[in-house]
Design a protein around this ligand. Structure first.
Ligand SMILES: CC(C)(COP(=O)(O)OP(=O)(O)OC[C@H]1O[C@@H](n2cnc3c(N)ncnc32)[C@H](O)[C@@H]1OP(=O)(O)O)[C@@H](O)C(=O)NCCC(=O)NCCS
Length: 175
């Protein structure tokens, strides 16, 4: 179980959060939060949750969205038994931790919260897998520490089946 450090809290992104001062060291991750995340949320395309520290600064964030993958994009053993059409997926679209807070477990915490949110949403809006696109090899190394696998022929796209997500989350509750 990953616990939230004292004084920190997850909040759904609002206009008054200090988005422009967030700096993860990866410019695309920073500019998504600063310039696009709120608009996308207003359009019901994605939801961003920020981890606010005890000073009110954004220590980390993640963005979730929904999407589809083609049946044929999944490995055969995962696609087995599923209908041969576009299949619903949850997407961890963005995730980052401010440089000042990196290396303290907050990336793990943000990913754990993102997956817990996906799992909870899946109770009412089911999907077959959680997918994410890695921005670079460092991000991929971070995600591969979990149970994400590469999508065949798409080395930067990782997935975690809903079945495995259930097992992870249910194991967590028992543990
Ligand atoms: C990737 C990122 C989210 C990691 O956040 P973090 O708070 O530093 O991560 P944690 O402290 O939870 O690290 C968890 C583990 O992953 C490892 N890890 C962290 N970043 C890593 C990387 N780039 N490569 C390999 N391993 C990494 C840590 O060493 C740690 O290992 P440990 O449990 O054995 O100590 C953060 O570095 C970041 O925001 N990077 C820039 C933005 C980005 O790449 N986002 C992801 C793609 S959208």
């Amino acid at each position: 179980m990953v616990s939230i450090p004292g004084g920190h809290r997850f909040e759904t992104l609002r206009k008054d959060h200090p988005r422009a001062s967030f700096s993860s060291g990866t410019s695309a991750v920073d500019s998504w939060l600063a310039a696009h995340a709120l608009q996308s949320q207003r359009k019901h395309l994605s939801v961003t949750r920020v981890l606010v520290d005890d000073q009110g600064a954004i220590a980390g964030y993640f963005t979730l969205a929904t999407g589809q993958v083609d049946f044929g994009a999944l490995p055969a053993e995962v696609a087995k038994g599923l209908p041969a059409r576009a299949l619903p997926v949850a997407i961890v679209a963005w995730l980052g931790v401010d440089r000042r807070h990196q290396g303290r477990g907050l990336g793990t915490l943000a990913l754990a919260q993102a997956l817990a949110d996906c799992h909870a949403a899946g109770r009412t809006f089911p999907f077959v897998a959680v997918i994410l696109d890695c921005i670079d090899e460092a991000a991929k190394a971070f995600y591969r520490r979990w149970d994400f696998r590469e999508m065949p022929g798409q080395p930067m796209r990782l997935f975690l089946t809903a079945r495995l997500l259930d097992a992870l989350m249910e194991g967590e509750r028992e543990g």
